[in-house]
Structure formats: C-alpha cells, structure tokens
Design a protein around this ligand. Structure first.
Ligand SMILES: Nc1ncnc2c1ncn2[C@@H]1O[C@H](COP(=O)(O)OP(=O)(O)OP(=O)(O)O)[C@@H](O)[C@H]1O
Ligand SMILES: [Mg+2]
Length: 263
C-alpha cells in the first residue's frame, strides 16, 4: 500500500500563475498547495440531489490568508471539509502538492489530516476535564514535529492561562486554546469554519489576531469561513461562493491587520 509522507518539502518556484485566480501576486510565483478542478459534491437528501459544490476551480498557495464568503447553504463548509480530507468530492480533482486527494483511501486521508491540517470550528471542542496545556498536549504527544504546548499557547497569547480549565476561560480564550491545539503540530494548512461565529465582536478580534499571527509567523495557509464581510479585508484573497459555485475571487491590494478593521 502506498503510504503518504506528508513531511514539509521545499517549494519550487515556477512561472505558472493560473488565470482564474485573479491578478498575479508574488505569493503565487510558487506551486500551489491545493489545486481544485471541476470540484463537485452532490449530496442525496432522500430523492433530492443537492449540488453543494458545483464544479469549482481554484489554486491556494503556501502562506496565503484566504477568506471564504457566501450565504448560508452556498457550500462553504463542504469546500472546507473536502480541503481537509473530512469529506470526499463526488467528481472533479483536488490535489494537495503533487498528491491527488480525490481517490485517496481512508488511511491516506487520515495521514493527510494528521500531518498537514489543523481544524478550528465554531465550537471549541475542548475536553472540559483537562487544562489548556493538557488539551494542547493531547496533540503534541502524537505529532511528528510539534512545538511544545507552551509555545503553541504563547502564540495565541495564553501562556499565563495554561493551567486553567475550559470552564475558567471566556469563549474567546477557549477558541484560542483550540487554535493552539490545531497549530501545535505545525500544519501547513489551518482550516477555520466560522471561528468567531459564537463570539462577540471584541472577542472575535482576539481570535482572528491569533489566526493572523499563526499565518504570518509560521507561514501557515489559513482559510477562514465567515459571514462577516468586514473580515475579508484581512485576507490576501477573498473567495465568494454562491450556490456551490465560485462567483468571484478578489485580491486585496494590501492586507489589513485585524486591529485596523472597522466593525
Ligand atoms: N451531509 C449532507 N447531506 C445532505 N445535504 C448536505 C449535507 N451537508 C451539506 N448539505 C447541503 O449542501 C449545501 C451546502 O451546505 P454547506 O454546509 O456547505 O453550506 P454553508 O455555506 O457552510 O452554509 P452555512 O453558512 O449555513 O454554514 C446545503 O444545501 C446543505 O443543506
Ligand atoms: Mg457552514
């Protein structure tokens, strides 16, 4: 059986800049991390077919900050779940580096998720009986090349709170523990599905700052789903989904820091 090695590799510079992703950007003078072509996901709900993704094409590059916007039901979570190997497309192709994820077996997808991807969801899914440090250590103990739990919590500004239990922390702090847990294995990709969805604006900002910092300091490709269009200004590129299709991809000339956004 082919076993995938998902170690980090040198990124080779090429002159390929796919036309459909908008005007060129220096970050795109590299091979994409993800390439999707005609990516389609059809769910069967009883007799009814739902085309959650209806033939999407895109490339995502190492170190980019991507915001995914679109109305409810437009396919955002479906896209994120396919990128993260939690779900598999019905047709089309999806490649991560030079490996085809479409057609990978369960074992290969598990290796991909374990080694390459960090997930952050709206609800933090921390274990209530473990401290912040212990929640993060659950991952660092099984990862290949992890940072220490202290380092990971430091990156999200929670070094002082590592001995606290989830019940002793605010929602924003718990979400930052979840981010620390997701990035402690140094994944190349951080996928966030409405990470601020359960938080007020002020708390949401601290969470977005943590994601921004991880993206900047570790060079992690970050993809953030949100309903809040203001957040789009902090992205390198904004992908708009509508009815399972990409309606447009915008590039921000200059990325704004979270602190400078007006809410
Ligand atoms: N497991 C499933 N079975 C059947 N239909 C599904 C399934 N998952 C998603 N869908 C359908 O696919 C479409 C896209 O769903 P998806 O969850 O990707 O939307 P979304 O953009 O994330 O929406 P929201 O903003 O509400 O989270 C919806 O019509 C949804 O009902
Ligand atoms: Mg969703």
């Amino acid at each position: 059986m082919k076993v995938f090695g998902w170690q980090k590799e040198e990124t080779f510079y090429t002159e390929n800049t796919p036309a459909q992703t908008g005007p060129p950007d220096p970050k795109n003078a590299r091979d994409p991390l993800f390439s999707a072509r005609g990516l389609t996901k059809v769910y069967l709900a009883g007799e009814v077919e739902v085309r959650a993704l209806d033939g999407v094409d895109f490339d995502l590059y190492p170190g980019e900050f991507i915001v995914l916007l679109g109305p409810s039901g437009s396919g955002k979570s479906t896209l994120l779940n396919n990128l993260g190997g939690l779900d598999v497309p019905t047709s089309g192709t999806l490649a991560y580096k030079d490996r085809e994820l479409t057609g990978a077996d369960e074992e290969e997808l598990t290796a991909f998720r374990r080694d390459a991807v960090g997930f952050v969801f709206q609800f933090y899914n921390l274990i209530p009986s473990l401290t912040a440090l212990e929640n993060v250590a659950l991952i660092t103990e099984i990862a290949k090349d992890p940072m220490t739990p202290e380092e990971a919590l430091g990156l999200v500004g929670l070094r002082e709170r590592m001995d606290h239990f989830p019940s002793q922390m605010s929602g924003g702090e718990q979400q930052r523990v979840a981010i620390a847990r997701a990035i402690s294995k140094r994944p190349e990709v951080l996928l966030c599905d409405e990470p601020t969805g359960a938080l007020d604006v002020k708390t949401g900002i601290t969470v977005l700052e943590a994601i921004e910092r991880v993206n900047r300091e570790l060079g992690t490709l970050a993809l953030v789903i949100t309903h809040n269009a203001v957040i789009a200004d902090m992205a390198d590129r904004v992908i708009h989904l509508s009815d399972g299709r990409i309606s447009r991809i915008e590039r921000n000339g200059a990325r704004r820091s979270v602190r400078s956004l007006r809410w």
